[in-house]
Design a protein. Structure first.
Length: 204
């Protein structure tokens, strides 16, 4: 195991040789980190988590209890993963398959995934997106996108601070801008994502 100083590993956790763990990371009860897994700095890995061979976790990532991060899953910096979120890495699972291929899932910087959400492999969850609790995500989520439901649909957008964006201040053919009522920041969204949100709202 390669680990920097100031790493906390609970006595019940299993961290295999060859796992990489960054400075300041905390690994709690009954976690299993496989050889070849990469965990960045200042992460928190909650109770009963499993970090697979080849899984990549960036810096300042918080993973709550009961999450399995399988091979092919990449969590960039500042990602939040709620309790019992489910990741997958095989689109056509069979117990007897020998030629199955790992399908990647990428969760971009600052995104948050609510409790008990299921992330079907092969998607990209955009920067600072918000996945609602219990959502079943089957397609890409745009930056700052707010999705929930089964299947998850794009219902709106959220600020860097996580609050829903309601005040539309600018719109043209390529982009829209929102102002956050909570922190006052301006967030720019691609027009194609805004149009997608309007279309998917009509499906409710």
């Amino acid at each position: 195991m390669n680990k920097d100083k100031n790493v906390f590993i609970h006595p019940t956790a299993v961290v295999e040789d060859g796992a990489e763990i960054g400075e300041g990371t905390r690994i709690w009860h009954f976690v299993h980190v496989r050889s070849g897994a990469k965990i960045g700095k200042n992460c928190n890995i909650g109770k009963d988590c499993y970090i697979d061979v080849g899984a990549v976790i960036g810096n300042n990532v918080k993973i709550q209890n009961g999450v399995s991060v399988y091979r092919g899953v990449i969590l960039e910096d500042d990602v939040f993963v709620g309790p019992y979120v489910v990741f997958t890495n095989d689109l056509y699972p069979r117990s007897f398959s020998r030629d199955w291929k790992v399908i990647k899932t990428i969760v971009k910087r600052g995104a948050s995934i609510g409790a008990n959400a299921t992330i079907v492999c092969g998607v990209v969850i955009g920067e600072y997106a918000m996945i609602g609790a219990g959502a079943v995500v089957t397609k890409d989520v745009p930056p700052h996108g707010l999705v929930y439901g089964n299947p998850a649909r794009l219902r709106g957008f959220v600020c860097y601070c996580g609050r829903p964006l309601k005040k539309l201040t600018y719109i043209d053919e390529t982009r829209v801008k929102y102002k956050c009522d909570y922190c006052g920041k301006i967030v720019e969204i691609g027009r194609k994502y805004y149009d997608r949100m309007l279309e998917e709202k009509c499906l409710e």
